[in-house]
Structures are given as C-alpha cells and as structure tokens.
Design a protein around this ligand. Structure first.
Ligand code: NAD
Ligand code: UFG
Length: 353
C-alpha cells in the first residue's frame, strides 16, 4: 500500500481526490488549515465509503495546520518518521484561489501559494520523496487567438497575481527538476473549469463567501439567493455570442490525479505539464440551459457587458493527458449539472449545519 500526502485535501478538489485515492487502496495523509474548507468533508468521505470492504478510517489521517508554517510542517514529518511511515508521493492542492481577491491582496497570495510550496519542497526533499503533483491552472495561458484550443506549449501570460503565482511555481519546479541530481518527478496539472460534485451529494464545493465563478452563481440563482444570473457578454465570436469554457467533472479530475500518480511512480524523472480538461467547449448559455433542463428548474438571466480580463474561448487541447494517462471518456455536462445541484440541495449551507 502506498502513502500519499495531500495538502489542501479537505478542499473542493482535494476531498474528491482523497476519496478516489482511498478507493484505489492508497493511505492518505491530509494537511489542511481549513481556511477554506471543513473537517466535515473528511467525515463525509468516510461516510461515502462506510460499506466498503476496506477500512478507510485507518487509511485517512488529518494534520491541521498551515503550510507556510515550517515548524508545523517539520512536526508533521517528524511524526510520520516516528511512525515509520514513508511518503511515496505528494499532491499539493493547498493554496488560495480567488482571482479578484488576489488583485486586492497579492502579498497573501504570494505568501500562501509560493512560500507554502517552497516549504513543502524543502521538507519532502529531506524525506527523499520526489514524486510531486501540483495544482496549476489554465489561467496561466495568454488569450487563445481565433478560438483555438490551448496546448501545453501555448503562450504563458497570466494577467492577475493568482495566475502569476501558479506560473511562477511551474517555473520553480522546472528549475528544480533541471538543476538537481535528485531525480524529481513533477507534474503540474493545468485545470480548466472544474464543476459538479460526488454523485452521492455528500461532498462538493463549500460555498464560503460570495462566489465569482459561473457554476456556483448558477446554483445560487436557481436557489433564489440572487434574482438573476448576469451573463457577461453576448457578443463574443462564438456560436451564441457567450463565452466558451471547458468544464470538467470534479470526479474526473479526482480520478486523473490518481492516474497521474500511478504514471509518475512508474516513470523515470520528469517535469510534466498537462492540460486537464475534456477538450469540449460549452458556452455559458449552453451550461445555463443544460442546468435548467437536467434539474427541471429555472435560472433567470440577463446579458450584461463583458467582464474585464475575460477570454471568450478557453478550451483545452487534452491530447497529451489522454494519451499519457490512457483516458477514454469523461463525464458529461449533464452529469456535472445534476451532481452539482444535488450537493447543494442536500447541503444548502455547505458543511455548516
Ligand atoms: P479549495 O479552496 O476548496 O481547497 C484548497 C484547500 O487548501 C482548502 O481546504 C484550504 O483550507 C487549504 N489551504 C489553503 N491555504 C492553506 C495553507 N496555507 N495551509 C494549509 N492548507 C491551506 O480550492 P480547490 O478548488 O479545491 O482548489 C485546489 C487547488 O486547485 C488550488 O491550488 C487552486 O488554486 C487550484 N485550482 C482550482 C481551480 C478551481 O476552479 N477550483 C482551477 C484551477 C486551479
Ligand atoms: N460568467 C458570467 N456570469 C457570472 C460569472 C461568470 O457570465 O456571474 C462567465 C465569465 O464571464 C466567463 C465564464 O462565465 O466567461 C466562466 O467564468 P468563471 O469565473 O466561472 O471561470 P473562468 O474561466 O473565468 O476562471 C476560472 C477560475 C480560475 C481558473 C480558470 C481556469 O476562476 O481561477 O477558471 O481556466 F484559473
């Protein structure tokens, strides 16, 4: 059985990934400060698996603390060492992710995302664990010209502090992998737009604060929390004039992390950058209409001006990911809409009672 350290494992993508790891018989060690999540997501994972033949309780441990705090990290690793637990791989989700907040508070973003990653690299190097998966983002790409799909070699040009931290960490990983004799295996996964939730409705994206992203805002509108959804722009050069994105079901994303780990554990040293999307473009209007149809609920909307800084077309060329990881199919937009709505209907306040 392999031991995997998951930073930010209680968060939206992290919790789904922990579930996928446990189901594949990995032992999971989560580090999370719970700044944007809840211990409840960990309990819910165990609840989902309660009828499994494997004893998942034994396979999931949680350390509460902040990755920018080196003392805390050292304590965690000392404890693992004392228990003779050898970490075989790290999946590093912990970080701050709100684009607009990063514009107002760049220092906090640089500190959490960059210093947190530096600390972690420093410490995993000491314990000789060299397999490291990093949560990057499609936000690092420059505008795609003429509605073409983005490939891993498309131009990198982030336009906000959040994107700058992600692009810089990718560069850091490249430098470390090129310079060291220590034979690291790095994968930076450039997620496109993850939405949806586990089909049980027990885990999902915790709705803390006022959302900025489309899918939680569709849900809030369907719920009546806001009267209507504002669709930013209906004059993009797309089929219906609204912007196009590459939405991916969070469970597909979670399973991809396990596949990446398996690929890396068996590979020679590597620094891999991978686009993680379905390769299918869905317009904002299509997503709203599908959500209405699948869930039999109205999402009132109106059109307004384009949002500053937005691209009209952000879709992955995912051929590298599909061929490396042997992925044949993805869950549908219908699945994403149904599962995302189920989570919210069952948990109107997320993990709060
Ligand atoms: P999330 O906020 O739900 O999860 C992040 C987790 O990290 C949370 O549990 C939070 O409490 C924890 N955390 C934050 N700062 C920490 C710190 N200093 N120390 C310890 N724990 C800390 O976010 P998510 O949507 O699950 O995103 C996970 C990763 O994927 C992030 O790095 C994010 O930037 C990246 N990403 C997300 C998206 C998206 O649309 N959700 C898109 C691209 C990239
Ligand atoms: N949109 C609306 N109305 C809203 C909110 C969003 O029309 O109320 C539109 C946006 O203008 C955009 C599309 O819906 O055209 C998607 O917007 P999101 O904010 O949901 O997602 P983005 O693609 O802009 O960015 C997201 C994350 C980034 C991440 C990126 C990866 O916010 O952190 O996906 O591609 F990096």
């Amino acid at each position: 059985m392999k031991n995997i350290l998951v930073t930010g494992g209680a968060g939206y993508i992290g919790s789904h990934t922990c579930l996928s790891l446990l189901n594949k018989n990995y032992k999971v060690f989560v580090i999370d400060s719970f700044i944007n999540s809840s211990q409840k997501s960990m309990e819910r994972i165990l609840e989902i698996n309660k009828n499994s033949a494997i004893n998942h309780n034994k396979n999931l441990s949680v350390f509460e603390g902040d990755i920018t705090d080196m003392k805390f990290l050292k304590k965690v690793f000392l404890e693992l060492e004392n228990q003779q637990i050898k970490i075989d791989g790290v999946i590093h989700f912990a970080g701050l992710k709100a684009v607009s907040e990063s514009v107002y508070n760049p220092l906090i973003y640089w500190n959490t995302n960059l210093i947190g990653t530096l600390n972690l690299l420093e410490i995993v190097k000491k314990i000789n664990c060299k397999t490291f998966v990093f949560s990057s983002s499609a936000t690092i790409y420059a505008d795609a010209k003429d509605n073409s799909r983005l490939t891993e070699s498309s131009k990198i040009n982030p336009v906000n502090p959040y994107g700058n931290t992600k692009a810089s960490i990718e560069r850091l990983l490249r430098d470390v992998s090129q310079s060291s004799k220590e034979k690291w295996k790095f994968a930076s996964l450039r997620y496109f737009n993850p939405i949806g939730a586990h089909p049980s409705g027990l885990i999902g994206e915790n709705p803390i604060g006022i959302p900025n992203n489309l899918f939680p805002l569709i849900i809030n509108t369907a719920y009546g929390i806001q009267k209507e959804l504002k669709i930013f722009g209906n004059n993009y050069p797309t089929k219906d004039g609204t912007a196009v994105r590459d939405f991916i079901h969070v469970m597909d994303l979670a399973d991809i992390h396990v596949k990446v780990l398996e690929f890396m554990i068996n590979s020679s040293p590597i620094n891999l950058n991978l686009n993680i999307g379905t390769g299918l473009g869905t317009s904002v209007l299509d997503l709203v209409k599908t959500f209405e149809r699948v869930n039999n609920i109205k999402v009132p909307f109106s059109f307004t001006d384009r949002r500053i800084g937005d691209n009209g077309y952000v879709v992955a060329d995912n051929s590298l990911c599909k061929s490396k990881l042997k992925i044949k199919s993805f869950r549908s937009i219908e699945d994403m809409c149904r599962d995302g709505w189920k989570w919210r209907k069952l948990n109107p306040n997320g993990y709060l009672e």
